[in-house]
Ligand binder design. Structure first.
Ligand SMILES: [Ca+2]
Ligand SMILES: [Ca+2]
Length: 102
């Protein structure tokens, strides 16, 4: 499980395009900084590390991320969506993976 951050913006889990998110639960949106869909409400933030950039989006604005896209510096990318099950559990499912430009 990801550890929620003691330091704002530094507590987000970091992944690359080949990560498995099977054991990752709901991810709280700490402080969105971008408005991805242009409706005037901040819904997205981006984290970067030395190898990749991760884009987290909370499309239904419930405070938890629903979509994650990771793009590595070498062009590999992957995307996941969080699916909520009727029993209240949920899981991240990979929706896309590939290499930019191929
Ligand atoms: Ca928005
Ligand atoms: Ca959400």
């Amino acid at each position: 499980m990801p550890v929620s951050g003691e330091f704002p913006g530094l507590g987000m889990p970091s992944f690359d395009a080949t990560s498995s998110l099977d054991s990752l639960g709901p991810v709280e949106m700490e402080s969105p900084t971008q408005d991805l869909d242009g409706d005037g409400i901040l819904d997205t933030f981006t984290t970067t590390n030395s190898d990749s950039m991760s884009v987290w989006t909370d499309s239904d604005l419930d405070g938890y991320a629903d979509q994650l896209s990771v793009v590595e510096n070498d062009g590999d990318y992957a995307a996941w969506e969080y699916h909520r099950n009727p029993d209240g559990t949920g899981e991240w499912r990979q929706t896309d993976q590939g290499t930019v430009g191929e």
